[in-house]
Design a protein around this ligand. Structure first.
Ligand code: GTP
Ligand code: MG
Length: 184
């Protein structure tokens, strides 16, 4: 039986500006919504015994204000899982998931390589509908998307779940990812 020992799970958050990447990280860490957010959160490692899967988890923010595309490429290659964030109240940010971010990740990793990815719709506190209908076709098209979750950094809804799903995507990936690995 194949057992996996992993020292750390590295989660990278990417997505359009102002979707709430930094707020999500700071909300997770401090368990309250930060009023003033820097463009980029410091890289943090959550000790294994504080995570559901008991594996130390490193959370990495990305800011296009402070970082170049080549730094982003480097971080994408280093990450174990990518959390691709959009804002549920801003359709343009979901459009750029397919127009910009997923193609960028594909170009960076090459066509035969896949890394697990989760789609994160932030700011659900601002709407009273769901964006899942728009997200499902994207999940069908891109097999590396392990799961999707709607959350809110503001009222802390689904924040720990979101990071748990990212961890789980690395530690217990679903079949398609293993198929990709078999092809390599
Ligand atoms: P960049 O660093 O510029 O790429 O943006 P970012 O994705 O890190 O977004 P940031 O965390 O800076 O948040 C942008 C704005 O959205 C801030 O004014 C936050 O207070 C606000 N915001 C973040 N998350 C939420 C949320 O869940 N609900 C609401 N209502 N506002 C949020
Ligand atoms: Mg930020």
């Amino acid at each position: 039986m194949f057992t996996q020992t992993r020292k750390v799970v590295r989660i990278l958050l990417i997505g359009d500006r102002s979707v709430g990447k930094t707020s999500l990280i700071l909300s997770l860490v401090s368990e309250e919504f930060p009023q003033d957010v820097p463009p980029r959160a410091e890289e943090i490692t959550i000790p294994g015994d504080l995570t559901p899967e008991k594996v130390p988890t490193c959370i990495v923010d990305f800011s296009s204000l402070e970082q170049s595309d080549s730094m982003l490429e480097m971080e994408i290659k280093k990450a174990d899982v990518i959390a691709l964030v959009y804002a549920v109240d801003d359709e343009d940010t979901l459009d750029s998931v397919t127009d910009h971010w997923l193609p960028f990740v594909h170009r960076t990793l090459g066509d035969c390589q896949r890394k697990p990815l989760i789609l994160v719709g932030n700011k659900v506190d601002l709407i009273d509908y769901s964006t899942m209908e728009a997200v499902l076709p994207i999940m069908n098209e891109y097999e590396e998307i392990e799961t999707c979750v709607e959350c809110s950094a503001k009222n802390l809804k689904n924040i720990s779940e979101m990071f748990y799903f990212a961890q789980k995507a690395v530690l217990h990936p679903s079949a398609p990812l293993w198929n990709y690995m078999d092809k390599e």
